[in-house]
Design a protein around this ligand. Sequence first.
Ligand code: IVH
Length: 669
Amino acid sequence: MNQQEAKLRIEDLREQLHTHNHNYYVLSQPSISDYDFDMLLNELIELEKKHPEFDDPNSPTQRVGSDINLEFNQVEHKYPMLSLGNTYSEDEIRDFETRIRKLIDGEIEYVCELKYDGTSISLTYKNGKLVQAVTRGDGVQGDDVTANVKTIRSVPLQLAGNEYPEEFEIRGEILMPFAVFEELNKEREEVGEAPFANPRNAASGTLKMQNSAIVAKRKLDCYLYYLLGANIPGRNHFENLQTAKKWGFKVPSNTALCKNIDEVIDFIQSWDEKRESLPVPIDGIVIKVNSIDQQEELGFTAKSPRWAISYKYKAERVATKLNEVSYQVGRTGSITPVANLEPVLLAGTTVKRASLHNADIIENLDLHEHDTVYVEKGGEIIPKIVGIDTKLRGGNAEKVEFIENCPECGTQLVRKEGEANHYCPNDRSCPPQIKGKIEHFISRRAMNIDGLGEETIDLLFKENLIHDISDLYLLKKEDIVPLERMGDKSAERILNSIQDSLQVPYERVLYALGIRYVGATVAKKLAKAIPSIDSLANSSIEQLVEVDEIGSKIAESIVEYFSESHHQELVMKLKDYGVQLEKEVSESPAGSNKLEGLSIVISGSFEKHSRDELKEMIELHGGKNVGSISKKTSFLLAGEKIGPSKLAKVEKLGIPMISEDEFLDKING
Ligand code: IVH
């Protein structure tokens, strides 16, 4: 393919992929199979690698994000990002109309939209391309989060057609759908991280992440509801959004045009129940004057437009009494305070407990013993305490003080600087930590040991038969048979399953160890980059952060784990019993250790192989592919058209460069 043909093909692929993306993520009407989509995308990735001269920051290939650290630039908003006045009752909605009537004669049409509960964003498009995405910030200036927003599939990078203004802004809400939120929290709890309290926090937390490759995996969504700029197309809001939809934006779909306030109120009422069944969180309805002329006449107050208001649904809330605060100890030693409540009916279920999350929450609530508390079930799945009726507080009720010692083993708790949670550091002999670690070790995604439930582990622990995960491999039939509800058959099944777990590959064993922050995905990445537990245990923080997707928090946790002598002993025991603690050689055919200990940066475009193929070769031969050049880089695998800043850095640090052919000689020779 010559250069001209490549250019045409790249353009054709980009256009096809933009359209398929839009059909899938905005219209929810896929027009191609996932497989065919991936084939087109891969073809484009390859072509772009070969032809960096045709790079386009808005190519569909940019959706995967990058692991380059972002430092957000502050950007001033061209038009301030205001908020909306809140109302909670029909009367307040009628007051809104009365205020408008004082300023405007004639007919007024209202648009009702769902009030999405996420984090607001302002997008700027120039010549049909997304050029900037900025958070609300303080309303005057916000963070430039363009790289992260580009990973959101429903945000068009390139608009459809050619009838859009040369430059405009569109504002909307970035959301995390409930299903994604639940999955994410499950994963976080698995690795001992505090779950997000609600999808809104999860969405804004994700948007502010430093690594857009992780943002890309979080499957955020985005609805756009406000078009602004000098040349916006029409003179009413509703039509403008329909036009924006034609350009490729996902605009609110459950909207209504209302001729009067009674219709508005009907709309509000009709969504009070229906909102439960939406895939994304909403917390109310936004009511907007449709005519832009009327909007301009009404103008703004210092804080919000006079032409729009929001109606917020009240979360169901009840008062009940706090019986006591108890504390749970997780497998990583994290302490979760729980409010035990006088049972009360809330939104159809009886609530007896509410999570208090951490010491700061208790402090901020100023919780006292036997307080009367308000419990709410809003967008959240778990009920929470939102306030206290201090008038009902007893005169000598004592403040709830966070415990200082572990409720299970008595060890003094610790709280690391910058962390919200308290931990029990006694991971060797604190019973719930030991049992929790064993439960995690045997779980399906880890060692997949069958037949051992929570109760059996409890019994084995009580009978002093297991003290840590390695003891599983010493269990004998006569240990298990006498236990409650166990017999010959079940004991055999358990022992066979323990035996089978010796075949579980290294990456899953690494996950099974339950090192804080090392979830299944992280373990996979680690095992690929550092293929044995011995080399992992000897890795420094600096070496660990060179690995794809490993940040300093994970690196520190790994180093801390292996610095403890009892963990070193545990690893030795597991090794003796035959657990897989290195990547099998057969998993890497034709590999060698010719590049062992080398960290190699790939840059530019190559003739014979794609960058992914080269990366795989490096790993296959024991080397490490790292993203950025540092003093520790062994050499730069250099292709055509390397960026000038990279070249300068290489020269400054005196790092050798080798060509593709030299590299192939090195590994094959
Ligand atoms: S219009 C000038 N429409 O609610 C204000 N806002 O409290 C234009 N929101 O900051 C905002 N859904 O983050 C508008 N359909 C919708 C909305 C919406 C959610 C958020 C937005 C805004 C906040 C106002």
